[in-house]
Design a protein around this ligand. Structure first.
Ligand code: HEM
Length: 317
């Protein structure tokens, strides 16, 4: 006798995909807290932390912070696995959602291994940078999954000048993140006093490359917000461009402030949290223009409806 697999509503799946974005972003910010409290080598072994035993008993505050970050990672992994299982149980199934969620599980696992390599290489700044940037790439997949879970299977992408501008913003923002990791890898917050550093020349010069790229990004986002205002654009999309502009302005102000104050750890942590929010806003805008959201009523009946019936449901971007 064949067993019936319970189906999952589009609305429930969308809630889980939102949780995936939140927990993945939390992993980025708690990872930065590990680095900024100098707790990168707080656990001598990986993944257990204390030799043969699991936990940070006897390792003090730094061990607790580093082990706490691993627990956040495990919780995030659990959310990812549940989401992938739910996507697999959806009827009728969506191959794009199944693939993206399974890819996220594999990618997150791989990044956990990179996290282990950062400890084994005594916080080599190149490995630390890859660990951070890989997680930012996973956020792109997480946001795409969330957007797709809330749009019709064959939703039509937006046209006009906004989509290429939004795509350019993501590319430049990605470069700003990369240059930021070079500044971090050359600066004083390596995660441990003995952590190796990049030798890329004076810190001021490396920081200037990052700040110049950030200025280019600010100009691009300002142009994006102006174009959204000047062309027929959905209200929600216009609001998203304004949000992005406010985030980039705040982030640039924070960047200059922390630089002028000689990088106090608490401001650098706020800078990493701001970078995560800004990145989320940029990739979400890009994803929204590629996959316009479906109206709530359509979302409610999505698993039961045939894709062809949903084709015409996409809203203008
Ligand atoms: C506006 C967009 C900006 C974004 C998205 C951004 C993002 C980032 C990121 C992702 C990092 C690396 C974090 C890590 O590896 O853990 C970083 C580091 C840094 N950023 Fe920015 N940043 C921006 C603007 C600026 C500006 C305008 C300055 C001005 C000087 C600045 C100064 C720095 C410095 C000094 C570091 C190194 C901090 C450390 O030692 O860890 N940033 N930034």
């Amino acid at each position: 006798m064949q067993r019936r697999i319970p189906s999952v509503s589009a609305r429930a799946l969308r809630r889980w995909t939102a949780a995936v974005v939140v927990v993945d972003a939390a992993v980025v910010v708690t990872g930065a807290a590990v680095r900024l409290t100098g707790s990168g080598l707080g656990c001598p072994t990986w993944p257990n932390c204390t030799g043969d035993q699991v936990g940070s008993a006897g390792l003090g505050l730094r061990g607790a912070i580093e082990f706490g970050n691993r627990l956040v990672g495990i919780a995030a992994f659990a959310v990812l696995v549940v989401t992938a299982v739910l996507a697999a149980c959806q009827r009728p199934g969506r191959r794009d959602l199944r693939r993206l969620s399974a890819g996220l599980v594999a990618g997150f696992f791989a990044n956990g291994v990179i996290g282990g390599i950062t400890v084994l290489t005594h916080l080599n700044p190149g490995v630390v940078a890859v660990h951070f940037l890989f997680n930012m790439a996973l956020l792109v997949a997480a946001v795409a999954l969330h957007r797709r879970a809330g749009s019709a299977p064959l939703a039509m992408r937006a046209s006009g000048p906004l989509p290429p501008l939004a795509r350019a913003t993501v590319v430049v923002a990605g470069f700003v993140l990369l240059a930021g990791t070079l500044a971090t890898g050359s600066g004083p917050h390596g995660g441990d006093p003995g952590a190796p550093r990049f030798h890329l020349g004076p810190l001021d010069r490396v920081t200037a490359l990052h700040a110049d790229a950030a200025m280019l990004l600010t100009g691009l986002v300002a142009a994006l917000a102006l174009v959204a205002r000047a062309t027929p654009t959905a209200h929600a999309t216009r609001r998203a461009t304004v949000r992005l502009l406010l985030l980039v302005a705040a982030q640039a102000a924070l960047g200059f402030t922390q630089y002028l104050l000689d990088l106090p750890a608490v401001l650098v942590l706020a800078h990493v949290a701001g970078a995560t929010l800004l990145w989320l806003a940029a990739i979400d805008l890009d994803a929204r223009l590629r996959r316009p959201p479906a109206p709530a009523a359509v979302l409610d009946q999505m698993p039961a409806a045939r894709p062809a019936a949903l084709l015409g449901s996409a809203l203008p971007a």
